[in-house]
Each structure stands twice: as structure tokens, then as C-alpha cells.
Design a binder for this molecule. Structure first.
Ligand SMILES: [Zn+2]
Length: 311
């Protein structure tokens, strides 16, 4: 098990009162250090221009990397570019790419990227919804194009639909995109009838849904699709904003639900992908929920890895 992070991710300054704030990452990092003192931490490199261009248009790279604001500018009503944001975006994306290298290189079976900004709303040409670059999409394309894999799956349990990830892969059957999310909620996409090239599976959940509905949608719909796809690598968009304490959504999950799903995802990766899982932090806006859920998620990623090493 490895954790990838970078100090630059904390310097991305979204301004007073913004939900996607540096304290989120501090809470996650401290909780993981307290819970798992022996875990290996790695400094994330910057994603390269070549890696970014696999998922993103040159115009998006220009707007994020070349704007060089002297103060905060708004890319949309939610998405801020501060003087330090380009570096944070490069390190968040670079973490996911480096984690893929670590996992596919056999250095570790599992990796978690403790990073911000999040990524799953960023489309090919638009930074939106707190996201600059789509880290999991870049990780998937790196696995396919630099490592020669043929099937990569992305499991997205953030409470918001990963519209950017869906848009990037909806006509690319090398990637299976699975998402549970609240509907209606930002960004308004993610209906069950959106199936892309047969490689998109959306499981919308009504406001007020709790662990039973969440687990049922994964057990009945999303996990069977993942099994049928037989991914060679599993990526996870790990947002913890479906937790009951979260201020931005109305689902009612607890840390045990995230532990359950993570164990199920690991079991599927063990069957098809030699256990290889790379998870990257997306949303989650209550600090206590972030602490509990990130520890539950990483514990479940590690538990099976330890058993596999012993067994
Ligand atoms: Zn979210």
C-alpha cells in the first residue's frame, strides 16, 4: 500500500468560505498518518504535458497552466484558479499517473492519492465543479497507452456524477465507467439510460437514500458489470460526500458503507486485476466524515493486501 500526495495540493487557494478547502486534505492526511503509522508515503510528480494531452484539449492546458493569475480568478462560479492552483493540479494528476506506474510496475498492489483539487468533473476541454484536470481519466489513459493494458475500469462513488470522466470515455470501450451518485444534484448528468458505447453504467440514487440503497445499487448493478468487464486495473474516484454529515448532498452513508464497497471492489480486483487498485480522493466536505471515511477506505484497501501477502 502506498499513498501519493504533494504539499502543493494544500496551496491551491479557493478563497474564504469555499467548500473545497485546504483543510480537507490536512484532515485526510492526518487521519491516515494517525491510523497507519507504517504506511509508505510518496511525493507525487507533476503530470507531463504529454500525459495531460491524452485526456485534455490544448486550450484547457493553456487556461490552467498559462493564466498565471496574481490573485484568484473564477473559471466558473465554483472553480477557482489561484496563483498556486496550476501546480496543485499538476501534482494531483501526477499522483494518479505515478500510482499507476507503481501498481503496474509491481512495486505495490494498492495506492491511494491524497490530493486536491478533485478531478472527475473536468471534461476534455472544461475545468468545472472544483476540478482542473481529470486525474482518474489521465490515470486510465496512462495505463492503456503507456502500459499497454486493454481494459481499465473506473468506480466512482462520489455523490456527484463524474460527468467529465463519462464524457472522456463514453465512446472508448477500453474503459468501463461505473458511478453511483445522487440525482438530482450537480452537475445534472448521470441518468441510467446514458450507457455510452455500452461502457457507462450509472446508478442514480434519490435524495435521502442510505446505505441499504447504496449497497443494493452496487451489489445488483454496478459490481456485476465490473465482474463481466474483467478489468486489468481498477481505478477509484473516491469521494466521501455521500456521507450523512456532508453539507453538499443528501445521501445518508456512513464509514461502514465505504468500507463495505471498498472490500467488494478489492475482491473484484483480486479476481481479475491481480488485486491492482489505484484510488484518488475526489469530494467530501465534512472534515470528520473525511477522516472516518478515508481511514475506512484505506484500511479496506490494505486489509486484503496484507492477507494476500501472508497467504
Ligand atoms: Zn462530489
Amino acid at each position: 500500500m502506498r499513498i501519493y500526495t504533494h504539499a502543493a495540493c494544500s496551496a491551491h487557494d479557493t478563497g474564504p468560505g469555499h467548500a473545497e478547502r485546504p483543510e480537507r486534505l490536512a484532515a485526510v492526511a492526518q487521519a491516515l498518518r494517525d491510523a497507519f503509522p507504517a504506511i509508505e508515503w510518496h511525493e507525487a510528480p507533476r503530470a507531463t504535458r504529454e500525459q495531460l494531452l491524452r485526456a485534455h484539449a490544448p486550450a484547457l492546458l493553456r487556461s490552467v497552466l498559462e493564466t498565471k493569475p496574481s490573485q484568484r480568478v473564477m473559471l466558473d462560479p465554483d472553480t477557482v484558479l489561484s496563483p498556486a492552483s496550476a501546480e496543485a493540479g499538476l501534482r494531483a494528476a501526477g499522483a494518479a499517473v505515478a500510482a499507476v506506474d507503481g501498481v503496474l510496475g509491481g512495486e505495490t498492489k494498492r495506492a491511494f492519492c491524497a490530493v486536491r483539487p478533485p478531478g472527475h468533473h473536468a471534461t476534455r476541454d472544461t475545468a468545472m465543479g472544483f476540478c482542473l484536470f481529470n486525474s482518474v481519466a489521465l490515470a486510465a489513459l496512462h495505463a492503456l497507452e503507456a502500459h499497454g493494458l486493454e481494459r481499465v475500469a473506473i468506480a466512482d462513488f462520489d455523490v456527484h456524477h463524474g460527468n467529465g470522466t463519462q464524457a472522456i470515455f463514453e465512446s472508448d470501450p477500453r474503459v468501463l465507467f461505473l458511478s453511483s451518485h445522487q440525482v438530482p444534484l450537480y452537475p445534472g448528468s448521470g441518468l441510467a439510460q446514458d450507457t455510452g458505447a455500452g461502457n457507462i453504467v450509472n446508478a442514480p440514487l434519490a435524495p435521502g437514500s442510505g446505505g441499504a440503497e447504496f449497497r443494493a445499487s452496487w451489489h445488483d448493478v454496478l459490481l456485476p458489470a465490473l465482474d463481466r468487464f474483467r478489468p486489468q486495473l481498477l481505478l477509484v474516484s473516491a469521494g466521501f460526500d455521500a456521507h450523512a454529515r456532508d453539507p453538499l448532498a443528501q445521501l445518508e452513508l456512513d464509514a461502514g458503507d465505504y468500507a463495505w464497497l471498498t472490500r467488494e471492489l478489492v475482491a473484484t480486483a483480486d479476481r481479475h486485476a491481480r488485486g491492482r487498485v489505484v484510488s484518488s480522493l475526489e469530494g467530501g466536505y465534512d472534515l470528520q466524515a473525511l477522516r472516518e471515511c478515508s481511514v475506512a477506505h484505506v484500511a479496506a484497501l490494505m486489509a486484503d493486501e496484507a492477507q494476500a501477502t501472508v497467504g
